[in-house]
Design a protein around this ligand. Sequence first.
Ligand SMILES: Cc1ncc(COP(=O)(O)O)c(C=O)c1O
Length: 457
Amino acid sequence: MKKLALPTTDHIPMPYDGPSRADVLALRTQYLTPGLITYYRDPLLIVEGRMQYLWDETGKQYLDAFAGIVTVSVGHCHPDIVARVRDQIGRLQHTTTIYLHPAIGELGRRLAEHMPPGSGLSVSYFTNSGSEANEIAVLSAREFTGNTDVISLRGGYHGGTQGAMALTAHGTWKFKSSPSANVKNATPGYCYRCPYGLEYPSCELKCARDVEPLIRFETSGDLACFIGEPIQGVGGVVTPPPEYLQVVYDIVRRHGGLCIADEVQTGFGRTGAKFWGFENWNVTPDLVTMAKGIGNGAPLGACVTRPEIAKVMARRIHFNTFGGNPVSVTQGLATLDIIDRDRLQDNARDVGAHLKNRLLELQERQPLIGEVRGLGLMLGVELVKDRRTKEPAAAETAEVMELAKERGLLIGKGGLDGNILRIKPPLCITKADADFLVDCLDDVLSTVSGDGAFVSR
Ligand SMILES: Cc1ncc(COP(=O)(O)O)c(C=O)c1O
């Protein structure tokens, strides 16, 4: 194994004196649902984190290039966040929204200020998760329009509740017992694997234009909404061509539907050039859902919309006990303050561009890399056995992750075939971290055998 040095950090992890990894695993196996998956053949025990780094129980340091599934935006245990949350939790953990608390309205105001000027996106409904935010968004769209039909995208992911699973068009990934007759799936802008065998731009955006016949022939013709991620996260960093969302939004609006942007992964500066993912596609949604990066690890989500749409939620009682609790919301405010103060969106743009360029260079000498795509610090590397046939290299992807872990690099994977490396680190990573990441992948890609030894479910 090549000697690769992780960038140094001042942080010295505390000695770990908890139960052994074997005991932790045994407890989990006996007492937790087998539905929980773990990454890696030997699941990792992580006991401490600071900024972009994590440590296991032996004191081994890792670069976290997956940020707790794109959750940790400004850095693990950011000292400013820890201080503010510690102060809040010592004063008041919970009041429910039936009483007033200053933090919740303040976060609503700050989110509204981060929306594009003139968009009218100014009213927040706080939740504990992205799934709940998407449930509220679709419910609001149905109530507002009086229609029930929804369009979502193949390969999209919107969460794990019954309603969110029905939006999540993931073939064999998700339970088939959560279908919805009112949700139809359109074709995403996945040019590398165009289902029509066309090429951009001569394709004239057939994937986006096909939303029109889908609505006419497979729905009532009157839509409640379209929901889509500006860049598909779990689906494998699927990054549509520039006009894709404009074409889809136009068609949906002509059929009476609202447009929901699921910014759970793409929001909060991750795509670098823009604060919200949708802004990269020059569209303005009617509802924006968010979670993960909003709270740097806190269970916090939100649906932000225009006042006239939000008003429909006052027709009945709809209540979320912990949604907008003072502790989560304080963490959300602290996160937003740090993103702005430390110009982390700019860092995502600059380090992201450097990282993407280096990955593109890597593609030139590593034949397993079929495509490098994404924006800012939301990058994907699609691995294929053969660049001509594009056969997904799923076993190799699992092996790359495993070998990268040995070298101190944690990355994610995605795509329907599990053959896409997902690189989505905390926004605070440096160019030195990016260089370590690429050098590590270079070393690993030179040694993968593809023998399937590391494939798990
Ligand atoms: C784009 C997107 N939307 C929604 C969700 C669901 O969020 P949560 O797991 O917080 O319910 C996820 C989770 O990965 C996601 O990636």
